[in-house]
Ligand binder design. Structure first.
Ligand SMILES: [Zn+2]
Ligand SMILES: [Zn+2]
Length: 294
């Protein structure tokens, strides 16, 4: 385990091995003294952002500037009490307070990207586990900006422009089918039949549309808490998520579990007969977890 940390460029003490730091948030800025994790020094960084050494969108597309960023989610490479190299830190293991601070930090990084006039679209992307394509084991997510709209986001914007009610209509359908996991006002967590992978969960804020950089902190916080609950449910298992935002669509995230997926037939919506029962079981599990998360 110590050898892995020695090699890890995202670990504390190796800050010189990444591209220059753009911002950091310390544990002391996230946690009040009474809530500070035992093994943590308040002055140490908890979150750190820098440019991705490999731009996900070529720099030539974004005015010669690298608009791909990495946000390290925690200084700790391993979970508390880890016993093997498999026991990596993961997003669902972070305290909710830290995950909220993480999403706020992502929004600050997003604002840096939007300061580039060539940038049209920004998303937040996370890969957890090697099965989902996560190459760096140290817990982190990415902020990726592009000079064109990302195809998935563009499709959502086009459909929404034609049928602005489509998000509410979908949520009504999910409610009717028993696919809602949690609803808090207009913030909805649901199983989605439209995901890229057949275990897709969406968190949709039907009340807040437009760029995240223009949203109030409490809107971001509420959304972060709902997303964190889904990540707690999935635990350390492989997943990816993408936060989609921008003009003309409500703030939402698609979370794809990359394990325990079922296969549908020829890309149809041919769903397992016990799907609703499974979603309801997840809903009950989340309700059991909820008091612990608040
Ligand atoms: Zn590390
Ligand atoms: Zn989307």
């Amino acid at each position: 385990m110590a050898r892995e940390q020695t090699r890890c460029v995202f670990c504390a003490g190796h800050e010189q091995q990444t591209t220059p730091e753009l911002l950091r948030v310390t544990y002391g800025q996230i946690f009040p003294p009474a809530e500070m994790p035992a093994d943590i020094a308040p002055a140490d960084w908890a979150l750190r952002a820098f440019h991705n050494v490999i731009p996900r969108i070529p720099e030539a597309c974004t005015g010669g500037r690298n608009e791909s960023y990495v946000v390290v989610e925690d200084a700790r490479h391993y979970q508390h009490n880890a016993r093997s190299v498999q026991d990596l830190q993961y997003s669902g293991a972070l305290p909710t307070t830290q995950f909220v601070a993480l999403l706020m930090t992502n929004v600050r990084v997003m604002a840096m990207a939007y300061a580039n006039d060539t940038v049209q679209s920004v998303l937040i992307r996370k890969n957890q586990g090697p099965e989902s394509g996560g190459s760096q084991p140290h817990i982190h997510n990415q902020v990726i900006a592009s000079n064109t709209l990302f195809p998935d986001v563009e499709a959502e914007m086009q459909v929404t422009a034609r049928e602005p009610e489509i998000w509410v209509t979908c949520v009504d359908l999910f409610r009717q089918e028993g696919w809602i996991i949690q609803e808090e006002g207009e913030l909805v967590t649901c199983w989605s039949p439209f995901g890229k992978f057949p275990r897709c969960f969406d968190v949709i804020d039907l009340a807040h549309w437009g760029p995240m950089t223009e949203m109030a902190n409490d809107t971001i916080e509420r959304f972060a808490r709902a997303l964190h609950q889904v990540l707690v449910l999935f635990g350390p298992y492989a997943l990816d998520y993408e936060v989609h935002q921008g003009t003309g669509i409500p703030l939402h995230v698609h979370v794809n579990s990359r394990t325990f997926t079922y296969s549908n037939i020829g890309g149809t919506l041919n769903l397992p007969h016990d799907l609703t029962a499974k979603v309801q079981a997840i809903r009950r599990r989340l309700q059991d977890l909820a008091p612990r998360l608040l």
